[in-house]
Design a protein around this ligand. Structure first.
Ligand SMILES: [Zn+2]
Length: 189
């Protein structure tokens, strides 16, 4: 699995990234573009709303100079559109994953009544965290995966099966450090 870095000007359907890192430029292939990070601003002409880039799928740890994680092809745009538009790009900067790494590095997802960036960042009262595993090529939920969720207070869920590729969700305020392990049913952990 390969995920390419996103940059200012990259699109997710009708949404376009309007922000980029000033000093982080990728020029392969030309033209040179400013690399983007999660939560940078976007504008969607379909719903006529400003939005932002939200994480989806696996990513390696590590942050850009602004302290945010890199935005990657396959991340989603949070705007008024449902389902959220998915960003797409191919360029000379990428992260690669084996299938096992992709399963173990999948990013937490959040659901909340509020769709605002502030709610995402401040972990507001009703924000919940869950994980979703989908096929990188088709976007379809991965069948047959079993998972375990733990937090600093201990194991939350053990040896459960994903439902439509999703784990159960837990309130961020009660479980701020939910960790996720996935394996194929029957595989040795
Ligand atoms: Zn939209």
């Amino acid at each position: 699995m390969i995920r390419y870095f996103l940059a200012r000007g990259d699109r997710a359907g009708s949404a376009v990234i309007t922000e980029g890192l000033e000093h982080m430029i990728c020029s392969n292939p030309p033209p040179a573009v400013n690399i983007a990070t999660l939560y940078m601003k976007t504008y969607c002409t379909a719903c006529k709303q400003e939005g932002f880039i939200a994480p989806k799928g696996p990513r390696w740890p590590g942050t850009a100079p602004n302290g945010k994680q890199w935005a990657l092809s396959g991340d989603i745009n949070v705007c008024g559109c449902n389902p959220p538009p998915v960003f797409y790009a191919e360029r000379g900067m990428s992260m690669t994953f084996t299938a096992e790494e992709a399963a173990s590095l999948v990013a937490p997802r959040y659901c909340s009544n509020s769709r605002s960036l502030e709610a995402m960042e401040s972990a507001d009262e009703d924000l919940e965290c869950y994980y979703e595993i989908v096929d990188a090529k088709t976007g379809q939920p991965v069948e047959g995966m079993t998972y375990k969720l733990s937090s600093s207070s201990g194991t939350l869920v053990d040896s459960a099966s994903l439902t439509d590729g999703r784990t159960r969700s837990f309130p961020v305020k009660d479980y701020p450090n939910v960790a996720f392990v996935a394996w194929h049913a029957g595989d040795v952990r």
